[in-house]
Structure formats: structure tokens, C-alpha cells
Design a protein around this ligand. Structure first.
Ligand SMILES: [Zn+2]
Length: 231
């Protein structure tokens, strides 16, 4: 038995219709990766995605971006979407709204700073096509609450600040080391369908399961004709 819901509960979907859980897309899957960037894992994820020309969304922890700016730049250069996952991986239920929102803004600051740096480097190289693509994506403000825990007051403030709150449709459970690799894979394929957002983690803790599951998930959906898109 899992201690968490693999599939996002429909009651929450109804209660919070403005939080994204899935998209109406016929042949697309939205892979998402939380808690990076970390140099030991994130580049491996990028290499796996590249094999299928897959794009994904990375909900990054601000403090990890600070520690690993080069790994973060790689995400931007390879045109994946970036989401905010707070600076210190805060639990919304245990933090006051002002502290929580400040922490999100602190992460936003470092995301914008490195994006600008990337853009400046591209300007120098005059790669205007890629540059324009990046600007479009940079305008999108995505936020996923750590642990999926966020108070209504926190969500409202972030929506005021133009954030889109992204929950999930399917949890792979990769972070739970008691789940076997095979069951992690089954969690995904039994629950995800066209338009699903799926949660993985580019963290060392999740790697035992991710290492097995991600290549198989990519192969499974690619064979069925799906493409993998960034939010
Ligand atoms: Zn997280």
C-alpha cells in the first residue's frame, strides 16, 4: 500500500479548479521533475529525455540553483520549462504566508538572474531564434508547492503574482525507496493518460527508482505515439 495518492484526488480537482493537474491534449504527456537541479542526477535526466526529443518541466529549489548554476543553465539551454519550488523547499502548512511567499520570490530572483545571464550570452552569439523561444517561456511563472502542501492564502497570493499553481495528475512515487522499481513504473503506466502531468524527482534520494522508471516510461509512451512536452 502506498501512503499517498498516486492519482490526484478528484475532490481536490473540483475544490481547486485553477490549480493545474492535467491538460487537454490528445497525444502528449507532461513529465515534471522536482527538487533539482543537482549535478549528479539532472544531466542524466536530460540525456534520457534527449533520446526521445522529449521536453519536460523542472520545478527547481532556489538553493539548489544557487549551488549548481551550471546544471540549471543546461535546463534553459535545452529549452525545458522551469518552475519555482521555493528557495528552501518549504512546507506551506508549516509556514506563515508572508514567509512562504518571500521564499518563493527569493527563488524567483535567482531564476531570473540566471535566465538573464543566459540571454546575454546568447545575444553575444546572436542566436536570435533560440533567444525568442526562451523569452516566451520565461514569461510563464509556474509554481509547484513542496510536498503538495499549500494554504489557500498562499495560493491566492501567488496567483495574484501571476503564478500558475501546478499540482499533478500522477505521482510516480519515485521518492519512496520502499516502493520497488517495477511498482514505480506501474504507478505511472496504470494511471497516466493523454494530458497527464507526472511527478518525478531529479534527486539522489529518488534515483534508485528514477533510474529504472524514466527510460521505461519514455519508451512505453513513445511506442504508443505520444510526445513529451514542457508546460
Ligand atoms: Zn519537492
Amino acid at each position: 500500500m502506498n501512503r499517498f495518492f498516486i492519482k490526484y484526488p478528484s475532490i481536490l480537482r473540483k475544490l481547486y479548479p485553477n490549480r493545474i493537474t492535467r491538460l487537454e491534449e490528445e497525444k502528449s504527456i507532461y513529465l515534471t521533475f522536482d527538487d533539482g537541479p543537482v549535478p549528479q542526477i539532472t544531466p542524466w535526466v536530460l540525456a534520457e529525455l534527449k533520446k526521445y526529443d522529449a521536453k519536460a518541466t523542472f520545478f527547481c529549489i532556489g538553493d539548489n540553483i544557487r549551488k549548481n548554476p551550471e546544471t540549471f543553465q543546461q535546463l534553459i539551454k535545452e529549452s525545458h520549462s522551469i518552475g519555482n519550488h521555493t528557495f528552501n523547499h518549504l512546507n506551506g502548512w508549516k509556514n506563515k504566508t508572508d514567509v512562504y511567499v518571500e521564499n518563493v520570490l527569493k527563488a524567483e530572483e535567482i531564476i531570473l538572474e540566471i535566465r538573464k545571464e543566459c540571454r546575454r550570452n546568447r545575444d553575444k552569439m546572436q542566436e536570435s531564434r533560440i533567444k525568442n523561444q526562451d523569452i516566451t517561456k520565461a514569461n510563464l511563472k509556474l509554481f509547484r508547492p513542496p510536498y503538495g502542501k499549500i494554504k489557500n492564502s498562499q495560493a491566492s497570493e501567488l496567483i495574484e503574482l501571476d503564478y500558475k499553481i501546478v499540482m499533478w495528475d500522477v505521482l510516480s512515487g519515485d521518492f519512496d525507496s520502499r516502493i520497488s522499481e517495477e511498482n514505480c513504473f506501474k504507478n505511472v503506466i496504470k494511471n497516466a493518460s493523454a494530458g497527464s502531468t507526472i511527478v518525478f524527482h531529479d534527486s539522489q534520494k529518488a534515483f534508485k527508482n528514477l533510474n529504472y522508471t524514466l527510460p521505461k516510461v519514455l519508451e512505453y509512451y513513445a511506442e504508443k505515439g505520444f510526445s513529451f512536452k514542457a508546460l
